[in-house]
Design a protein around this ligand. Structure first.
Ligand code: HEC
Length: 129
């Protein structure tokens, strides 16, 4: 009898834990939508398609599964070489964003246009800062 009760308690604890995580993921995606609007939409556009020849589309599941690339692009931006060999800034560095905002933006774009929510950790971001 006491065995059955403890299993029941255990199952209840597990399902509560799962619900909290799901809610947390939903909150993260919602925050990501706001941060994306504030920091990314002006170039990559609201639908993530960007603008031909100027800003690349983010609607690429392979890109949206690549944690190191996403983190370093957001933190450090992108530069390209000009014909005279000098560096040209293509995408600005957005390293003023907090770890939580970056985690949220990545959760949002991967959930919207990738194969599912990609969760990066604070540690992943700190290592790339
Ligand atoms: C001022 C315009 C601008 C803003 C703002 C901007 N980007 Fe970009 N982004 C670019 C450009 C331009 C490139 C392409 C650079 C290149 O050709 O290497 C790029 C590239 C990228 C790439 C790499 C695409 C690939 O195929 O490799 C990702 C991912 C990305 N941006 C995500 C973001 C996110 C997320 C935000 C907001 C946090 C953001 N960008 C804000 C202009 C911008």
């Amino acid at each position: 009898m006491s065995f059955r009760i403890s299993i029941g308690v255990l199952l209840a604890a597990i399902s509560l834990g799962a619900a909290a995580t799901e809610q947390e993921t939903r909150n993260l995606v919602a925050l990501g939508a706001l941060s994306f609007a504030d920091n990314c939409i002006k170039c990559h556009q609201v639908d993530g398609y960007g603008e031909e020849a100027l800003y690349p589309s983010l609607r690429d599941p392979e890109l949206l599964a690549n944690k190191p690339l996403l983190i370093s692009t957001i933190l450090h931006g992108r530069t390209g070489k000009q014909t005279d060999g000098s560096e040209e800034r293509l995408m600005p560095s957005l390293d003023f964003l907090t770890n939580r905002e970056i985690t949220a933006i990545i959760a949002f774009i991967s959930n919207s246009w990738g194969d599912g929510v990609l969760l990066v950790t604070e540690d992943d971001i700190n290592k790339a800062r």
